[in-house]
Design a protein around this ligand. Structure first.
Ligand SMILES: [Zn+2]
Length: 339
């Protein structure tokens, strides 16, 4: 059982999940032999087809369009969950300043395809649409649970980005509290709306399109750009042209356009940075603010080219050695990695 503990010095909660220390790290083999050869099936990988019994049961799935008896996308509970749905949400004091609660929430894994070695950027568009459909459906279902405040979708790609299983996958962690970083981000957007009467994200999307220097690619429904205040080299955001506070409120009809732009942007990052480790996060408003226009859901892609060091840990202030204007220019020049 994990615990949530409150830090009285920062106003934030953290997860103590000691059971996760025992989970296997299967990226060691890949670290030794990078770049990894394309292996479509690994008999020892719990996410590969045929090994379903090694994982918790299926929560949601998309069938293989060519053979309905097989899955093409599969969503399961994490075998070593950081948070669990059967835990209670009451806070308790174990000392004068020591507030904690049981680790309530959800921790799930979406297996992007049965193919062990095919990155998201290399998937056919229809497969990426199926991935987004399952994420959208699951975010909608978790959003209905009143005990969950935040449904955080993310992807770690490469061991340097925190991935412990090389088979491409997304994760969802839903929390019973709003983590402080998200609280600040939402409050900043709410303040902006109160002052100006419009969403800072709607204005930002428009301003980046007008400035044009940081736009990497775009289509009828989405715009990808390197943000003016990029925290990491080659940070890329994807913003919808049609505003919605949370990802599950995005119009499903726009998911094919999102898939196309995601493949395009990830392909460019692979081409320019030679398959970098990265984190992809889907930012949404906390559930309690899901009917307010202040926030607009969006995707942030953060290549992990350098580790956060003392100054960043001390201050939360990033030092980024690559101008986002230069990163955008390089990303515009290249599309896919040369064979
Ligand atoms: Zn696998």
């Amino acid at each position: 059982m994990s615990l949530l503990r409150y830090d009285v010095t920062t106003g934030d909660w953290l997860v103590l999940a000691s059971a996760r220390a025992s989970r296997p790290d299967r990226t060691g083999e890949r670290r030794r032999s990078e770049p990894a050869p394309h292996v479509p099936h690994d008999p020892d990988c719990p996410f590969c087809a045929g090994n379903e019994a090694k994982t918790p049961p299926t929560i949601d799935a998309e069938p293989d369009p060519a053979d309905a008896s097989r899955w093409s996308v599969r969503l399961i509970e994490n075998k070593f969950p950081a948070l669990m749905s059967d835990a209670r949400t009451e806070r308790r004091l174990t000392g004068p300043l020591f507030r904690e609660m049981d680790g309530h929430g959800r921790h799930e894994v979406l297996i992007e395809s049965p193919d062990h070695g095919r990155a998201l950027a290399e998937q056919p568009a229809a497969q990426v649409v199926r991935v987004l459909e399952v994420l959208h459906r699951r975010a909608t279902a978790l959003g209905r649970d009143p005990r969950l405040e935040v449904v955080q979708i993310f992807k770690n790609s490469g061991s340097a980005a925190g991935s412990s299983i090389p088979h491409p996958h997304f994760q969802i962690i839903a929390t019973p509290i709003v983590p402080r970083q998200l609280r600040i981000k939402f409050e900043t957007a709410a303040d902006h709306y109160q002052v100006t009467g419009s969403s800072v994200y709607v204005e930002l999307c428009r301003a980046e399109v007008e400035a044009a220097v940081r736009v990497v690619a775009s289509n009828e429904d989405f715009v990808a750009f390197t943000p003016f205040a990029s925290r990491t080299p080659y940070e890329v955001w994807i913003l919808p042209r049609q505003a919605a506070p949370t990802f599950d409120l995005a119009d499903r009809a726009t998911l094919p356009a999102l898939a196309a732009l995601l493949i395009d942007v990830l392909g460019r990052l692979r081409a320019v940075l030679d398959d970098p480790p990265f984190n992809l996060i889907v930012n949404s408003a906390p559930r309690r603010h899901a009917d307010e226009p202040d926030f607009v859901w969006h995707i942030e892609i953060l290549p992990r080219l350098a580790h956060a060091a003392g100054f960043e840990l001390a201050t939360g202030m990033a030092i980024n050695p690559v101008e986002p204007e230069l990163a955008a220019e390089r990303l515009r020049e290249r599309t896919r990695r040369d064979p």
